[in-house]
Design a protein around this ligand. Structure first.
Ligand code: PRT
Ligand code: ZN
Length: 300
């Protein structure tokens, strides 16, 4: 027997839209790894953590089967596989333990320009093409819409012009693919982003320490990424209004300003992204010299 810790396996997308940000996230958690060209596994050098690089469609199954302890995939794939696995076996296949801040897109219906179809209600007796048959069937069933589902593994957007379906349900990000294919976007049925998956089975004792450590670091990285430090000068009279405008903030630090009785300096950490709209609202409330700076590390 050795007391070397068991190695933890994390599945991420090998080559695609989620790859760079998934690897970046693991690196920010302190993981250093060796990865040769076309290798399926990146071996952790400084932690007992190995990264399996696979097609995103395989990630939920690898986590369900306990081949991998954790996985990072889009909620769209995760939800599709979850419903599919549940059809075969009514046992929770995996847990979604955290949403991440990348891979944003939506799964939405789209109808050909000039088609009389306007909403999902008009789909009764029609066919919808999609790569997400389980999600779409589930949605149609829950809404009592009797429409057919045609499974396409790619290029869903050409299904209506091929005469295979009257509408589609596909991922949309900017909407330019729909536009190029003369399709009009309809109802969104899923807002998606990358998520972390974990098996629902208890973590074996020999892996607990490192899994918990990694998850804690992930939490820290995500919190810092979402956090901003805001500084501004503000009228004393508007402090309550300004505090209410700051997203996810704790009580602000209020400091006096030399030779100004009516104005103070306000410093605050916001645990959510700060948008231009918020800065504009702060300015309207009388704030000036507003600075938003990223947070490097934080110990709550
Ligand atoms: O080879 P592998 O199976 O691993 O990769 P893949 O080709 O299946 O997936 P990939 O890399 O294209 O996408 C991985 C994940 O990124 C998806 O499962 C989503 O969670 C997320 N994502 C975010 C997207 C998009 N945005 C996206 N826009 N996935 C796909 N698209 C496609 C969409 O299918 C459509 O064809 O982009 C087109 C629409 O984009 P817009 O900008 O024109 O609207
Ligand atoms: Zn895929």
């Amino acid at each position: 027997m050795t007391d070397k810790p068991a190695r933890i396996k994390i599945a991420i997308q090998k080559s695609g839209r989620l790859t760079e940000q998934s690897l970046d996230l693991l690196q920010r958690c302190g993981l250093k790894y060796t990865r040769g060209p076309d290798q399926l596994i990146a071996f952790g050098e400084n932690m007992p953590v190995d990264v399996l690089l696979v097609r995103d469609d395989d990630i939920p199954g690898l986590v369900r089967d306990d081949v991998c302890d954790l996985g990072i995939a889009g909620l769209n794939i995760v939800e599709e596989k979850r419903l599919h696995f549940l059809e075969q076996d009514p046992v929770t296949p995996f847990q979604i333990i955290r949403s991440l801040d990348f891979g944003h897109c939506r799964l939405a219906f789209a109808y050909p320009d000039g088609s009389p179809l306007r909403t999902v209600r008009d789909l009764a007796g029609k066919k919808v093409a999609t790569s997400y048959p389980s999600i779409v069937r589930d949605y149609l069933q829950r809404n009592n819409i009797d429409a057919g589902v045609v499974e396409f593994s790619g290029a869903v957007e050409i299904a209506p012009s091929l005469g295979r379906a009257e509408a589609i349900c596909d991922l949309v990000s900017t909407g330019s693919t729909l536009l190029a294919n003369k399709l009009r976007e309809g109802e969104t049925i899923l807002e998606s982003r990358a998520v972390i998956l974990q098996t629902p089975v208890a973590v074996p004792a020999e892996k607990t320490e490192w899994i918990n450590r990694l998850l804690q670091r992930l939490e820290g990285v995500m919190q810092v990424r979402e956090s901003k430090y805001i500084m501004m000068h503000a009228p004393k009279s508007a402090l309550a209004q300004i505090a209410a405008l700051l997203p996810g903030s704790e009580a602000p630090t209020v400091l006096p300003l030399d030779s100004r009785d009516d104005r103070v300096a306000v410093h605050v950490v916001c645990r959510e992204n700060v948008f231009w709209e918020t800065l504009e609202a702060l300015k309207s409330a009388g704030a000036t010299s507003i600075l938003v700076v990223p947070v490097e590390k934080m110990l709550a």
